[in-house]
Design a binder for this molecule. Structure first.
Ligand SMILES: [Zn+2]
Length: 321
């Protein structure tokens, strides 16, 4: 799944269409395509994993979900969810979520929550984190209302860098460690962006998809579906400290927080036909903090296949893959 920095790259790649008029809008997405044709692109934006096309009368929000993709001035051998034609080329999106957003984007999005935004506020992020003392560190880093744009790679890399065990409780982290978490998540996200642009992202992974801890030279612990978010985790039992006792929490609570979108954003954003709460740490964000949703991410799918490995383990991977 594309994480925030990858959406920033998408935004940059489509810059040639900014200020241009949409001449053709079609695709399988269930939106009113007739509202798009003839409109001028006022700007491209990103918020977390959302790619936003701001038009005169409405905005288009695209989420690439787990397997979404896009093509610029070329097409895949598949039906596009959304295809936009301009005088100078075309933009095609596949296997993604497409929604229209009414009204100004500033009314829907709190830009200070976006890891990649100039408006990012570490102070606000700390405040939001402190409101969830029982949350696991691995879940916090996937929670889009805490770190919009963070994903599983960022989670594994950040926790390794700051030596925090993924099952640590947010409320048990020392104040300095919590600040370090916020700081490093932002820092790593921009390194991610730079390395992704260079095509060297994977070469820079220290923990994600790695077998051996580069600090301790011992095998990483690997989990197929860690925490409530049930996503893959790579961590070192020697150099990543576990703060607090989260065993009971992990055993009791079903997975809920994840990034595998199945329409769960609909209650959060000002999508057509739904109430318009502002997405912020206030009532809007809080009320929708653990939105119920039918969609399940890769982690949950893995969990379904590897039930014995839900939680964490140092055992070998699930025999069924
Ligand atoms: Zn280590």
């Amino acid at each position: 799944m594309p994480e925030g920095p990858s959406i920033v790259i998408l935004r940059e790649e489509v810059a040639a269409f900014a200020g241009r008029t949409i001449e053709r809008a079609e695709g399988s997405a269930k939106i009113d395509m007739s509202r798009l044709a003839g409109q001028v692109v006022r700007g491209f934006h990103s918020w977390g994993k959302h790619f936003l096309i701001e038009l005169d009368d409405v905005s288009v929000r695209i989420h690439l979900l787990l397997f979404g993709s896009y093509r610029i001035n070329e097409r895949k051998d598949a039906v596009a969810r959304l295809s936009l034609g301009f005088a100078n080329g075309e933009l095609n999106f596949y296997a993604c979520s497409v929604q229209l957003i009414e009204g100004p984007l500033d009314a829907t999005y709190d830009w200070s929550m976006d890891l990649m935004s100039d408006a990012w506020s570490p102070r606000a992020a700390l405040k939001r984190l402190r409101a969830h003392p029982q949350m696991l560190a691995c879940d916090a880093l996937l929670d889009q209302t805490l770190f919009a744009g963070s994903g599983n790679i960022i989670k594994n890399e950040v926790l390794f860098r700051i030596r925090i065990h993924p099952l640590s409780l947010i409320g048990e982290l020392p104040a300095a460690k919590l600040r370090e978490l916020v700081h490093e998540t932002r820092t790593y996200s921009f390194e991610f962006l730079q390395w992704k642009r260079e095509g060297t992202l994977k070469a820079h992974w220290l923990a994600h998809n790695r077998d051996i801890c580069p600090r301790c030279k011992i095998p990483f612990s690997k989990a197929k579906a860690l925490g409530r978010s049930k996503r893959r985790a790579f961590f070192c039992l020697r150099c990543q400290k576990r703060y607090g006792d989260s065993a009971q929490i992990v055993a009791d609570e079903p997975g809920a927080v994840d990034e595998g979108e199945g329409g769960q954003w609909s209650g959060l954003v000002n999508a057509v036909g739904s109430p318009p709460p502002r997405w912020s740490p206030g009532t809007g964000g809080k009320a929708a903090h653990f939105p119920p949703y039918g969609g399940r991410g890769v982690g949950a799918q893995m969990a379904g296949r590897c039930r014995g490995l839900v939680g964490w383990t140092t055992a070998p991977p699930c025999p069924r893959g």
